[in-house]
Structures are given as C-alpha cells and as structure tokens.
Design a protein around this ligand. Structure first.
Ligand code: FES
Length: 105
C-alpha cells in the first residue's frame, strides 16, 4: 500500500449508519460510517451507472437503487444478482482526531 492518504471528510460529515458522496475531479467515492468505523467504496455500481450513495444501507450492506444489487461495504463483495463484480474498497483511517482519510493507492 502506498502512502497516498488524503483527507476526504471531517468525522462529523457523516452520521452513524449513513453513506455520503465524496467527489473530486479524480474520484467518486461512497463514504460509510458503520458502528463508529469508516469505510469507502467506489460510488458507481459495477453493474451499471447508478450511484450507491443513493441506495439503501442496511448494516454493512449497500443496496443499489437501480436493480437492488447488494455489496458488502467492508469487503466490496458482490452479494446477489444482478451484480457479479465486486466493488472496489479503499482503506480509511482517522487522523488528527477529526479527519477522515482514505488511501486511494
Ligand atoms: Fe446497480 Fe444494476 S446498476 S444493480
């Protein structure tokens, strides 16, 4: 893993059991807070052009709003039809008490 940690949010930007969209010109990420831990995945579903941040988060499972494909947020694993390709995940960490960083490696 390279040392490409970048700050993408403040700890207060995302509520417990919520997902928010983080975008820049270089990436579009879904940032989740689950049981006090942060997780990040690509925002675009691997099945089609749908935003996972507009889906339904149930525990550590995100359901795509378009065809209800499901992914494990922690592992990126595709869990049910029609999704067959895992979603990319990114390591997250807290820095300086309130900064949420991801490693885009
Ligand atoms: Fe996400 Fe089809 S676009 S399941």
């Amino acid at each position: 893993m390279s040392d490409k940690w970048i700050k993408i949010a403040n700890i207060s930007d995302v509520e417990e059991d919520e997902v928010i969209l983080i975008t820049s010109e270089n990436y579009s990420l879904a940032l989740y807070k689950i049981k006090g831990e942060f997780y990040a995945t690509d925002n675009i579903c691997t099945h089609g052009n749908a935003c996972l941040t507009e889906g339904y988060l149930d525990g550590n499972i995100i359901e795509c709003p378009r065809h209800q494909g499901r992914f494990n947020v922690k592992t990126g694993k595709a869990l049910c039809s029609p999704v067959t390709t895992d979603i990319r995940t990114y390591p997250c960490r807290l820095k300086n008490i309130s900064d949420v960083e991801v490693n885009l490696f």
